[in-house]
Design a protein around this ligand. Structure first.
Ligand SMILES: [Zn+2]
Length: 435
């Protein structure tokens, strides 16, 4: 495809006007102010359109779209134990398939080209991800069943190996297997060491929740005399390339630990605010040179997977709490949402638009009242744009979304099934269908 006469955000997040981008196979093969003479393929008119690199959502639990808005108005502990866990225990593979399609459609609509996920039912996640064309690093997080758990007999291990086998026989690298430990407070030290050793002996990445709440931080320090970051360091977890979600309460030497061990932070501002956890110290993390990225978390605690909203919130929130309008400038913020995310997933040649890179391109329509005039294209994308401004999304050279239509997702079927699942589960829980 040729994106003709389009405005483009380049690898340095500079705005290049009236340029032409050619995609061949899964790569960007040409970028120049002139149209290649010999080109005879499909042409996309770039008038009043802007080509942006796609977002990387680095923390999600994608099938949890099925629980969006369920159990609102309860404190965290009661919300989890009385609502979320009983509902989740009823979910089947087929349910998670439709929940995953719903989540992926939401992400694609808001400019996401790849996500990092932690859930279960990975066989059906593979099916949904493969069909839709998005990229993902997926993991089944270890959650403690008993003190004598053996990871190699645990479902988490079996599903991780299943994804690894899929990766080996697949003819593309869109889906990758990560190893996951849910959190310090849902595991035992013996198991954390066992899982970390397993991850270290492979080429997989690690995905964890870290220092999400004040209570988690306090109890860990009382129990081990260590912060959660110090605890995972001691257990050898950070020998693997790790993404740590939340990090709201990291403190003291934790910042050095994250930096020195190359740990990526997935900052999830909506989830942290909605659950009343707090605000992560992003400025300090960036001052230490930590690889910061953005995540939506699951839709049960957010309540959407809209990365445009998440990136916008992060930019505004940290200018506000630091009382500094110059903090997290447009280029810095977009780098956090795009290239840093690709780096965290171990995806080379992704995260920015340049020749030779994978063709992950999101097109914004600037022919909208709130997108005009365009004094500053990046400012409009970061502070004015809505998900509805995205008119095309290309991932690995394939158009997965164009003008409100998903190439590979039957949304009628998805809406029908997620509501069928909702009513079936409420009946099983003996709750009225409008609960
Ligand atoms: Zn999470």
């Amino acid at each position: 495809m040729l994106f003709k006469n389009i405005t483009m955000i380049d690898e340095k997040y500079d705005v290049i006007k009236n340029t032409n981008i050619v995609v061949e196979g899964n790569k960007i093969s040409y970028i120049a102010s002139t149209v290649p003479e010999e080109y005879c393929g499909e042409v996309y008119d770039g008038k009043n359109k802007v080509a942006m690199p796609g977002f990387f959502n680095t923390h999600c639990h994608v099938p949890m779209t099925l629980l969006r808005g369920y159990g609102e108005g309860l404190p965290l502990e009661r919300w989890l134990n009385e609502k979320i866990f009983p509902f989740e225990s009823l979910l089947t593979d087929e349910d998670c398939y439709f929940g995953t399609l719903l989540g992926i459609s939401e992400m694609i609509k808001s400019g996401v080209v790849s996500f990092t996920d932690m859930y279960s039912h990975l066989e059906t996640l593979i099916k949904a991800i493969d069909e839709t064309g998005i990229k993902a690093n997926i993991s089944n997080s270890y959650l403690k069943v008993g003190e004598n758990d053996d990871y190699f007999k645990h479902n988490s291990y079996k599903e991780t190996e299943l994804v690894r086998k899929y990766m080996k026989k697949s003819n593309n690298d869109r889906i990758r297997a990560d190893v996951s430990i849910h959190a310090e407070y849902t595991s035992s030290e013996r198991l954390v060491r066992q899982i970390s050793e397993y991850c270290n002996s492979t080429d997989m990445n690690m995905h964890i929740h870290l220092s999400e709440t004040e209570e988690e931080q306090r109890i860990c320090k009382e129990k081990y005399g260590l912060t959660p970051a110090e605890y995972f360091l001691k257990c050898g977890t950070f020998k693997s390339k790790t993404t740590a979600a939340h990090c709201v309460f990291v403190e003291g030497d934790d910042f050095n630990i994250l930096k020195e061990n190359g740990v990526t932070v997935s900052h999830c501002p909506s989830s942290n605010l909605k659950l009343g956890s707090g605000i992560a110290p992003l400025k300090t993390m960036l001052d230490y040179g930590i690889n910061v990225t953005i995540g939506t978390d699951g839709a049960a605690s957010n309540n959407n997977l809209n990365m445009i909203e998440e990136v916008n919130l992060a930019a505004l929130l940290h200018k506000g709490i630091n009382k500094d309008p110059l903090f997290l400038g447009q280029k810095d913020m977009l780098n956090i949402a795009c290239l840093n995310g690709a780096t965290s997933q171990g995806r080379e040649n992704c995260g920015c638009i340049k020749v030779g890179n994978r063709a992950d391109i999101v097109i914004y329509d600037f022919d909208k009242p709130h997108m005009q005039p365009a004094f500053d294209v990046l400012a409009n994308i970061l502070y004015s744009a809505q998900a509805s401004d995205i008119c095309l999304s290309m991932i690995d050279g394939n158009v997965v979304y164009k003008d409100d239509v998903f190439t590979n997702i039957d949304m009628e079927k998805v809406y029908y099934n997620v509501n069928r699942i909702k009513n079936e589960k409420l009946a099983l829980l003996r709750l009225p269908s409008d609960s």
